[in-house]
Design a protein around this ligand. Sequence first.
Ligand code: ZN
Length: 387
Amino acid sequence: MKQHNGGAQDAWQGVSAPLRPLAKALPEHARAHNRSLVLQHLFHEGATSRADLARVTGLNRVTASDLVAVLLAEGLVTELGAHHQGKVGKPAILVAMRTAAFQIVTVDVATGRTVRGRLVDLRGHLLREAEVDTGGRSGAALTALVVRFVRRLLSLASAPVIGVGVAAPGIVDAAGVVVESPSRGWFGVPLADELTRALGVPVFVANDANAAVLCEYTFGGAGGAGLMVLLVAEGVGAGLMLDGARVRGNSDGAGEIGHVRVVEEGGLSCSCGRFGCLETVLSVRALEDRLAGLDEEAVQETLSQVGTQLGIALAPVVSVLNLAEVVLSGPRSLLAGTVRERAEREVQERTMPAIGRGFRIRMAARSGDDIQAGAAVLVLSRRLGVS
Ligand SMILES: [Zn+2]
């Protein structure tokens, strides 16, 4: 494996192509780009001959063969032997990605008082998992706990680990600095750098909802043209993909929809210090508190009201960004029925037909483990250009 090269990595991922060139194209950018084209195809389409790799990537045969030679030497791909593709000509040798030959550690620091972690292969298949109670730690003490926890997971690895993906709540910038995470006591913490230095393995950090959107894109079959994943847990946040790229926004806060006011009068107080935010009606605890002790009719009435409030909050976002779908990640028992249906209808009624007609709200493909699966995609995309 090549060592992490920031410049080349950034050329493949995360940021949509700028409208005007901002720096000269370097040869290593082109190599990294082409290499990721080859790996991307092998990851999603399976074993392929060198000739077909050249055809589908648009590379010439020599370039494609050279790239395969480098990937073979690195152990990232293997040859599967001869394969007859037609009646004439000599059989082609297929090349496949060795997705079980490397591993990834994923960590979810976003959920409650527990830090959860997994060791997975490059396809995201679970090999080992572990969790640890934070014991109420925050700030530097929590960082130290995460270091010890990841060390334990790394010690369980049975193949080289290409990286560690960490999902954290709050605002995280492109370099893995946790800009603001009140619940974890991290403010301006260069978490990716600190963990990389402590562990000796490349570590990448993303916001939890942004990890979830990567999971939907890579493992959930979602298109990246206009996708929002709305994470409903302790808080409410969203991750966005537009035109094939993750949306970060001006200060890395894109997707922070939980603190948009949806209750105009008599709203409950919110963790942000204001009143009537979306989070005060849609977070898991808010929903459970409101539904406690109600009969079935009142439950449906309440869920319908919440769905309407969600739809009202989503409609301008869906319309401005022309989103194809909003994916709900959270408890099915609370979200999959009335809330989902009511919110979808509300958005359709509040947007022009060309936008609302094809728009859907659905449940996440892998609700429950999408944050960790997305943390694995974070590593795949940053290390291999695959997502
Ligand atoms: Zn709020």
